[in-house]
Ligand binder design. Sequence first.
Ligand code: NAD
Length: 495
Amino acid sequence: MEKKYKLYINGVWVDSEDGSYIDVINPATEEKITEVARASQNQVDAAVDAARDAFDKGPWSRMTPAERSNLLLKLAERIENKLQEYAKVESMISGKTIKQTSNYDIPYIVDNIRYMAGLARNFEGKALKEYVPEGASTIRRDPIGVVAAITPWNYPLMEVIWRAIAAISVGNTVVVKPASLTPVTTLMLASDLEAVGLPKGVFNVIVGPGSSVGEQLAKHKKVDMIAFTGSTEVGKRLMELGSSTLKKVSLELGGKAPFIVFDDADVEAAVQGAVVGGLVNNGEDCANSTRYYVHENIYSKFLNALLRELRKVKIGDPLDETVDMGPLISQSHRERVESYIRKGIEEGGKLTYGGKRPFSKGFYLEPTVIETDNNRSVIVQEEIFGPVWTVLKFKEYDEVIEKANDVIYGLGASVWTKDVTRAIRATRDLRFATVWINEHGPVPSEMPWPSYKQSGSGSSLSTYGLEEYTYIKHVYFDISGATRKSWYYQVYGQK
Ligand code: NAD
C-alpha cells in the first residue's frame, strides 16, 4: 500500500488542493495505514466536467461494444494477476477476512467484469419490423451519460464494479465516490484502468464525506444518473437530490433477511447455512441472515446446534488465513451495533450468545444471538449491520410468512425445507427480491441482484443490471416514401 493516495480526475493523479487528507484506519489494529487526498469543491466539478466531456465528445461512448469489451477483459486479467495484492489491501481497509477476499470477493469481481464485458456485446431487443404498414421500427440502447457512482465500505471494490464498471461497460462515463473509510482499492482500480488504456475522463475518483462531496456530486446538473449502494436513509436523500434535474436513480439499500427453518428441514444443513449466512463479511452484508424463524418442533435442536457451531468460529486477525471473522469497520459502527444489543435486551430479548468485545485492540465484536418472541421489536425490525441475530419460534406457514414480510426491507430471504411444494409457495409469498431454498448467499453474475420495498430500486448483475445503465430509444423509419402518409388527414386536410 502506498503512503498517500491522490485523486484520479480526467486521467491525471491530483493531490489535495488545500492540503487536507482523509486517514484510512486498519480496523483490526486501529492504526492509520495510509491517507487519501480529500476532494475540494473545484475538484468535484473538475471530475464531473471530465466525465461530461469524455461522454459528449467520445471516443468511449462511441466505441464498438467489442472495443470496450476487450479493454474490460484486459482489466479482469490484470486484477486476476494481482489477486493477492487486491485481497490483502481489501482486508486491511475493511476488516474482511483474507479467506473471504482471496477466495470470494476478488475472484468474483473478476468473473463479474468478464461477464459484463461479454454481455455488453449482446443486447437484445425488438427486431426491426413493420409494426405499422408505412414504417419500420426498432429499438436502440444508448448509454445514459455521466453516472455518479456512490459506494459503501462493506464491499469497497465489488460495489465499484457493480456500479461503475457496469456503467462504463455500456458506454457511460463515471465519477466514483467511494466511502471515505475504504477508498484505497477503488484508487488501485483506477490505476489499473489507466494501465489497460482507458481513455481519460471515463473513470474518475473523488474522495470525501458524503455530506459535502457526495451531495455536491449527486445534485450536480451535469450528472445524468445516480447509482448508489448504501443505507436506506441516504438512498432517500439521494432521490431528493436527484429530483431537481430528474436524474435516473438506481438504489441498492439496506436489508434484514429472514431465514426460515421448517420442521422437515435438514437441521444440520440449516445450521451450517445459518452460521455462514449470518457471518459472511463479518455480519456487515446487506443480505446477511439476521432473523432466524425456527419451527417450534425443532427450535431447541436448531438453537443448540447453532450455538455449538458459533463456539467454533475463530475471531482474529483478518490476514490470518485460518480466521473466520475479523473486526467491524470502525469504533463508531461497533458502538452502534452494541447499542442494538442493549436495546434488544431492554425490549425483553434473551441474550443467548456473545455480545462482548473479545480483544482490547481492534473493533471486534463476538457473534451475538438474541432470542425473542416480539417481531415488532427494534432488533427484529431495523438493520443492525453487524453480527447480531435474532431467533424466533413459529408454528404455522402463514404466521411465519407474515412475520418475515413485516419489515420495511425486501432484499434477501431463505427457506429451509424438504417439501418442494412449500418451497415454491414461499418463493411466491415472500416479498424479497432474492429467495434461496436450502441455501443463503450465492448470486451468480448471470442472475440479478434486485430490491423490493425500501431495499431500493433497479438491479445489479445479469442483463437486468446492465440495462439499468441504458436508455431505450424507439427509432422509426418511414418506408412508404409518400409525401402525405395515409394518416395525415386525421390532423389536417382530407383523406
Ligand atoms: P452509507 O449510506 O452511510 O454510505 C454509502 C455512501 O454514501 C458512502 O460513500 C457515503 O460517503 C455516501 N454518502 C453518505 N451520505 C451522503 C449524502 N448525503 N449524499 C451523498 N452521498 C452520501 O452506507 P455505508 O454505511 O457505507 O454502507 C452500509 C449500508 O450499505 C448498509 O445499509 C447496507 O445494507 C448497504 N448495502 C447495500 C447493498 C445492496 O446490495 N443492497 C450492498 C452493500 C451495502
